[in-house]
Design a protein around this ligand. Structure first.
Ligand code: TRP
Ligand code: SF4
Length: 400
């Protein structure tokens, strides 16, 4: 019934690096030719943690879009936009907040994790608690089918599904609604079910409000009705059932196998990144000074690639033959570490070459990026408006 859309966002809190590329962007590039994709700069989400340093966000918004384009995101295929330019995200967030139990937000694992991890910031804010619900609005407002995310975000997608389901139960209907509603009616027992159906027909065909009230009273008295079945039956009585929000699915991106240059996870906060368009000299220097297996003190000491972050780079960047050469050379002290690093340096530079080239055009003429984003915002907004029209209608906000 709806297009199989893909939606994903990234927070503009720092420069994109090769970890982002191998962990997410490469997948975005692949998806853009398979589905209609909407990719956005999650600047409001960035504010939930960086509300005291908004300049960080401002600095990174356009650079991030340039990095996306450099990585191969094609604006002719994917729709690129900025979250805060689409006020419908905020509107849906507010409306969804009406039906979202606090406990759903409190139990999302990232909530406590991040509060504990980012001790230098006060994250006991309303905005930070609402982070996953805003994220739900980001996706639900486009009725997206798929959300490409990393492992850490899967609970957020789970919550989106729950919110959509609840919304549809309260204000619309889920797939197979009719059958489920009928099955729920049957559970009341044959006689009551029959009465209920008759009252429903009276209300729907003759607009008999009293019949509706009687039917509702009948349901109200049912102690053994599950919440979901109750919501189905109330919707069924009114005939207001519609599928309004789509339950999205996570498209799990394998987490990046590319570690930072120190072997830990590549992350700005560990100061171990290679940025997407880093200049060649700096890339060479960073890789040349990467730590290796500490057992290789002297050139003649054999090493173990499994204890060396450079080997992780080989696993991402090298073909089988080069890997064999490195593995064997390391274990037999047949090659030195600098020698071993050279093919990695070459491969990283070869990967970055086309990225730097693609970015240049946008660096030379910043209006190009502004225009791409303006177009993307317009397209996104059109879709978001359609959904919100339904949502407002379903929630009784379409005053005439
Ligand atoms: N929370 C995501 C992250 O930190 C970013 C994000 C915001 C997002 N809104 C989204 C991802 C919607 C997917 C869909 O990576
Ligand atoms: Fe690491 Fe290569 Fe040196 Fe072995 S030879 S320790 S894999 S850099």
């Amino acid at each position: 019934m709806f297009e199989e859309r893909v939606v994903s966002g990234m927070r503009p809190t720092g420069a994109m690096h090769l970890g982002h590329f191998h962990g997410a962007l490469k997948n975005w590039v692949k998806l853009q030719s398979e589905y209609p994709c909407l990719y956005f700069v999650a600047d409001w989400h960035a504010l939930t943690t960086h509300y005291e340093t908004p300049e960080v966000i401002e600095e990174n918004v356009w650079d991030m879009v340039i990095d996306w384009l450099a990585a191969g995101i094609d604006p002719a295929q994917a729709t690129l936009f900025i979250q805060s330019r689409i006020p419908e995200h905020a509107e849906l967030h507010t409306l969804l907040s009406m039906i979202t139990p606090l406990s759903w937000l409190e139990r999302v694992p990232s909530y406590k994790d991040q509060q504990e991890k980012l001790v230098d910031r006060d994250l006991s804010t309303y905005g930070f608690l609402g982070y996953p619900l805003l994220q739900a609005a980001d996706v639900l407002v486009y009725r997206a089918k798929y959300v490409p995310v990393g492992e850490d975000q899967v609970p957020h997608v789970e919550m989106m599904r729950e919110v959509a389901r609840r919304f549809n139960h309260v204000y619309g209907r889920e797939p197979g609604f009719e059958d489920k509603a009928k099955a729920a009616a049957k559970k009341l027992g044959g006689r009551k079910a029959k009465v209920l159906m008759e009252l429903r027909t009276k209300y729907q065909e003759q607009g008999d409000a009293e019949a509706l009230a009687t039917a509702r009273a009948l349901l109200d008295k049912q102690g053994n009705l599950s919440v979901a079945d109750g919501e189905r039956l109330f919707g069924y009585l009114e005939g207001s059932g519609r599928l309004i929000l789509v339950e999205p699915e996570a498209l799990l991106t394998e987490s990046s196998k590319l570690p930072g240059i120190d072997g830990q996870k590549m992350s700005k906060s560990y100061n171990n990144t290679i940025s997407l368009r880093e200049d060649a000299e700096s890339v060479r220097k960073k890789i040349r000074t990467m730590p290796t297996d500490p057992a290789r003190v002297k050139r003649s000491d054999p090493g173990d690639p499994d204890k060396c972050p450079v080997w992780q780079f080989h696993l991402v960047y090298s073909d089988e033959k080069t890997r064999q050469w490195a593995n064997q050379g390391c274990r037999t002290a047949g090659i030195g570490c600098l020698e071993c690093k050279q093919p990695v340096i070459d491969a990283v530079l070869a990967e970055q070459g086309p990225m730097r080239e693609r970015a240049q055009k946008y660096l030379d003429d910043p209006t190009l990026v502004r225009n791409i984003v303006a177009d993307g915002c317009e397209k996104a907004r059109k879709l978001a408006r359609e959904t919100m029209r339904e949502v407002r209608g379903a929630m009784g906000l379409a005053y005439t």
